[in-house]
Design a binder for this molecule. Structure first.
Ligand code: TRP
Length: 471
């Protein structure tokens, strides 16, 4: 698993399912995370960060981007490094133009609903499925090769890491997950797990949207200094911000080329300098660079041109990056605001899921034919009435008498009555989060009522069978 995912972006307007559908209209929820173990390099920027920022600006995209710091613990036991990397990756994303007002931008470890969901999913995930995970299998193969115990050094974190990733994705009912090819299998597993959970607990509803993987071949995989894929594990990276313009220029000067002298024609297609150049240039600029190489541009000059091109894009970001790195409180505020936004969705949804698996407050079921117990066990009540405008509405009250919601007005009393009875019968209503803080209860496309998300638990409890009476 690379420390910074190589991601790609692509758009489709796909229909959304899900009990708690936070978006109305044809937006696509795109979600991705970056594991916080390293310092972003140029390859991460071009392969992951830049496309994610571009995607987030599309009007039909509802982007959820997060710092996968629980994932970092799987492979990094250095607390300082995890902490520093979280900070660097957050600053990089912001410096690259991510607008936290538009994107839901958060740190995984600020969302306690994720590990809770992870456990629920763990309990429906076949161990055999995890046995097939590439990352785990690779570790086992290596151990066998080295003649040690197959599971030597394998933690439960590594083994079940696809479940945590599924929780990240399913928690927010993401439609599309842009990732690198090495992550395709994890998306398949997330779908498997979601299907199994839906089947076991959905009672015909789709609790989870089945996410789709997104691999975009247009996004460049940058070559590193030696021409292999740029990666920390190959020690061939070009820094993005670290060390400033000086370090960028010096890394570029170390890119391996052939030994052709200035004046000798070069072959642009076999030079990874060209690939790097193309990742930052317009088509016109690329064509020019190509011609210059063919006409004998010296490698030294070519590298200088490459530096100038990259620095024109990266330089202004570097300034913002340095500023942010010097203001950790600002990053923290942004992440906290992001966590608040995310939890407006994950909070009500996890309550829904808890109820679905049976982790709910004991329902006070009145003993069927005992008057005494019926009296002592207060029940939730519907009260219907005619409002000042002559239209028909009803209210739902909790057993303790608190008003839970007021319905929308119906012009026809029969319609109001039928909606009320449908609710009483315990039918599957759908819950839609609106404006981030309200829940709209919907039956057959009718918005029945709207109430603050904090009340969702109480409303659902009141609407569970045997809880309601009408007046
Ligand atoms: N596992 C991914 C990687 O190593 C990072 C990641 C964690 C992620 N959770 C995710 C990516 C959810 C997409 C969606 O690259």
């Amino acid at each position: 698993m690379p420390s910074v995912a190589v991601q790609t972006v692509f758009f489709v307007a796909s229909p959304r399912a899900g009990l708690l559908n936070p978006n109305i209209g044809m937006t696509t929820r795109v979600l991705t995370g970056i594991t916080t173990t390293g310092t972003p390099h140029l390859g991460n920027y071009v392969g992951a960060i830049r496309p994610s920022v571009e995607a987030s600006r599309k009007p039909d995209v509802d982007a959820f981007y997060f710092l996968a710091d629980y994932h970092a613990l799987i492979k990094c036991e250095d607390p300082e490094r995890v902490a520093r990397s979280r900070h660097e990756i957050a600053a990089t994303w912001l410096a690259a133009g991510l607008d936290p007002e538009v994107v839901t931008f958060y740190r995984q470890s600020d969302i306690p609903e994720i590990p809770e969901l992870c456990w629920m999913l763990t309990c429906v995930t076949a161990k055999g499925l995890m046995n097939r995970a590439h990352a785990y299998k690779a570790a086992v193969d290596l151990n066998v090769e080295n003649g040690v115990e197959p599971d030597d050094g394998v933690t439960m974190g590594l083994f079940s890491y696809p479940v945590l990733m599924a929780a990240d994705i399913l928690m927010f009912n993401a439609n599309l997950v842009p990732v690198g090819r090495d992550q395709i299998q994890h998306l398949e597993m997330a779908r498997d797990i979601a299907q199994r959970f839906n089947h076991l607990y959905g009672q015909g509803r789709e609790l989870f949207v089945l996410p789709e993987v997104l691999i975009d071949d247009d996004v460049a995989t940058l070559p590193g200094l030696d021409g292999r894929k740029m990666s920390k594990s190959y020690d061939n990276t070009i820094p993005l911000f670290m060390g400033g313009a000086k370090a960028l220029r010096s890394a570029i000067s170390r890119i391996v080329t052939d030994s052709r002298k200035p004046g000798e024609p070069k072959d642009p297609d076999s030079s990874h300098l060209m690939t790097l150049y193309r990742a930052f240039a317009t088509d016109e600029q690329s064509a020019q660079f190509r011609d210059s190489l063919k006409q004998g541009l010296g490698w030294g000059d070519a590298k200088e041109q490459l530096f100038t091109l990259i620095d024109a894009e990266v330089g202004p970001m570097r300034e913002r990056y340095e500023e942010l790195m010097g203001a950790p409180d600002r990053i923290e505020d942004i992440l906290q605001a992001g966590a608040d936004k995310a939890r407006k969705i994950s909070g009500p949804f996890i309550r829904e899921l808890r109820a679905a698996v049976g982790l709910r407050a004991a329902a006070v079921a009145p003993a069927a034919n005992s008057k005494a117990s019926a009296k002592s066990t207060a029940r939730a009540r519907f009260v219907s009435f005619r409002d000042d405008d002559g239209r028909f509405r009803f209210r739902l009250f909790a057993p303790n008498g608190d008003e839970l919601f007021l319905s929308q007005p119906f012009s026809n009393p029969k319609e109001a009555g039928s909606v009320m009875r449908t609710l009483q019968s315990g039918v599957q209503a759908s819950w839609v989060v609106q404006d981030g803080h309200d829940v709209v209860l919907r039956i057959d496309d009718i918005d029945v009522c709207r109430f603050p998300a904090e009340r969702l638990d109480a409303v659902q409890h009141a609407l569970s069978p045997q809880e309601t009476a009408s007046a």
